[in-house]
Design a protein around this ligand. Structure first.
Ligand SMILES: Cc1cc2nc3c(=O)[nH]c(=O)nc-3n(C[C@H](O)[C@H](O)[C@H](O)COP(=O)(O)OP(=O)(O)OC[C@H]3O[C@@H](n4cnc5c(N)ncnc54)[C@H](O)[C@@H]3O)c2cc1C
Length: 483
């Protein structure tokens, strides 16, 4: 499919603003350059304009009303419009609790944001089996309304919004950071803040996670409803599904979850190593999406709302994304502390925004910078990153094209046989060390050649194995360390 007709399809369904976002993301590539503009150092006598500036008003916007609720002066700056998403989100029901715990939403307000619930989720591998699980990614959220509600609450608490402001550089002084913005209408502007939350997602120059999932898709109507795997069953969410082997060095994966009556969100993505290159364009991926959709779900699909983006993943086998200054904190996708395997940044945000905001308010009250860990992480991620990395660099040899599917099929067969609690815990980032060891032993028993196939470590250098073993030891010791 030609790029022009793909653009036309996105524009027709999403409007020119969404197409601009897609083209901007593609122009950035999967690793934006660290070439900030020179910014003058703020001197010590300056009174900062804000306590906190949130650079990026996507999902991380959740920090804004909570911080403002602590009496802090907060400004949100976004290159486009804030609180506008080109995403749909699914999440496990129990993970929504922080929305009410924070006091931002009442239980009935949260209820009104849920557009669908599923009896079960499934993972299904080409040439292999189907593995159902309960209690995982079993709620679909109205992402657009959710973020506009977060914005409304932020405004009620005095947060100011500055749209069409692209952050192009920053510099720290003794008491604050100066930020330089390029304005959409032309011209420049600068502000100062005691602390900056870099919430620019994968577009932040400091989002240096080593993996990336280019993802495209959208809300579709017209898919055939039914019980067959290639039909949409409103009671079932597809968590991870493959319909073919590796092609062109990529293992493509589908995800699909029904929403409002007659609507289904469908994504196509693959894992890749993040590097400064245009080889992972979202528009070409849309070409494949439309071409191959019929292999995944039957029907006469119509794209109602396009959804797309680059989701970073950090394998934990390379250095972590780091903020450039003491008063700058990476949050959300820029920090990439969510699972490198499931890339559930929404779930990760739910675990982070409330304790993270409290920690930040505390650091501000004590003038303690850097403020310490703000974004939630878990020892499980230091071991699952290897699996994600192995999917990012599959063998290109035609005779090994089904290797990733076979490996995933074995892994999910083992998880499924361990019972729903373990299977669900793995997908919700809660699996304990001894269960992860049982999981590995189960894979090795069923597929002894797995260690030969996992040549991944050879690609990552001599320190990766040491890092992975250290992560595994921490995971095993975690229950004792946490006491
Ligand atoms: C298609 C897709 C589907 C997804 N589905 C799910 C899901 O179902 N469940 C789940 O758990 N997670 C999902 N995720 C992941 C989740 O959406 C992300 O983890 C989350 O949005 C990250 O939030 P963020 O605030 O870090 O970044 P974003 O939400 O990406 O927001 C970044 C913001 O920064 C702004 N910006 C960028 N550069 C600049 C700049 N220089 N100056 C100022 N502003 C700037 C952008 O305009 C944007 O508003 C999905 C991601 C994608 C791409």
């Amino acid at each position: 499919m030609r790029l022009d007709s793909l653009k036309a399809r996105v524009r027709e369904a999403g409007g020119p603003e969404l197409l601009e976002r897609l083209e901007w993301l593609d122009a950035q590539g999967t690793r934006p350059p660290v070439a900030p503009r020179l910014v003058g150092r703020p001197d010590g006598k300056l009174r900062p304009d804000f306590d906190v500036v949130l650079a990026g008003g996507g999902l991380s916007l959740l920090y804004a009303p909570v911080l403002a609720g602590f009496g802090l002066k907060v400004g949100v700056f976004d290159r486009a419009r804030a609180a506008v998403v080109h995403r749909e989100w699914n999440i496990s029901g129990s993970e929504l609790a922080p929305l009410t715990d924070s006091g931002l939403f009442t239980p009935s307000e949260v209820e009104s944001l849920i557009v669908a619930r599923y009896e079960r989720g499934v993972c299904r591998w080409h040439g292999g089996g189907e593995y159902p699980v309960r209690g995982v990614l079993d709620h679909a959220i109205d992402a657009g309304r959710f973020l506009s509600e977060v914005r409304r609450r932020a405004e009620l608490r005095g947060v100011s919004f500055h749209e069409g402001h692209t952050l192009v550089g920053l510099r720290e002084g003794p008491h604050c950071v100066r930020l330089l913005f390029e304005r959409a209408g032309g011209g420049w502007g600068d502000v100062t803040a005691r602390v900056v939350l870099d919430a620019r997602g994968a577009s932040s120059p400091h989002a240096t996670a080593d993996l990336i999932c280019p993802t495209v898709g959208g809300v579709l109507s017209g898919l055939k409803q039914g019980r067959a795997p290639d039909e949409v069953d409103p009671r079932v969410g597809d968590i991870l599904v493959t319909t073919e082997g590796v092609e062109g060095g990529r293992q493509y994966i589908w995800e699909g979850f029904p929403g409002r009556a007659g609507e289904t969100t469908v994504y196509l993505f693959y894992y890749a190593r993040a590097r400064r290159s245009r080889e992972h364009g979202l528009l070409p991926l849309y070409g494949r999406f439309f071409e191959r959709l019929g292999r995944y779900k039957r029907g006469e699909p119509r794209l109602l709302r396009p959804t797309f983006g680059y989701i970073p993943g950090w394998s934990r086998l390379t250095p972590a994304p780091r903020a450039p200054e003491r008063r700058v904190v990476l949050v959300g996708d820029a920090a990439a502390r969510h699972s490198p395997l499931t890339c559930c940044g929404f779930g990760g945000m739910m675990r982070s925004f409330l304790p993270g905001s409290r920690a930040l308010a505390e650091a501000l009250s004590r003038e303690r910078f850097p403020p310490g860990p703000i974004v939630h992480d878990t020892p499980l991620h230091s071991v699952t990153g290897l699996l994600a990395l192995s999917m990012a660099i599959p063998s290109r040899a035609p005779e090994r094209r089904d290797e990733v599917n076979h490996l995933l099929d074995t892994a999910f067969a083992v998880l499924h046989s361990m019972g729903n609690d373990c299977y669900a815990a793995m997908l919700k980032d809660q699996l304990e060390g001894r269960d992860f060891a049982r999981f590995l032993a189960g894979i090795a028993r069923r597929r002894p050649q797995v260690f030969r196939e996992l040549r991944t470590l050879a690609h990552t250098g001599p320190f990766a194995l040491a890092r992975w073993l250290e992560g595994f030891s921490r995971l095993l010791l975690n229950p004792f360390l946490a006491r």
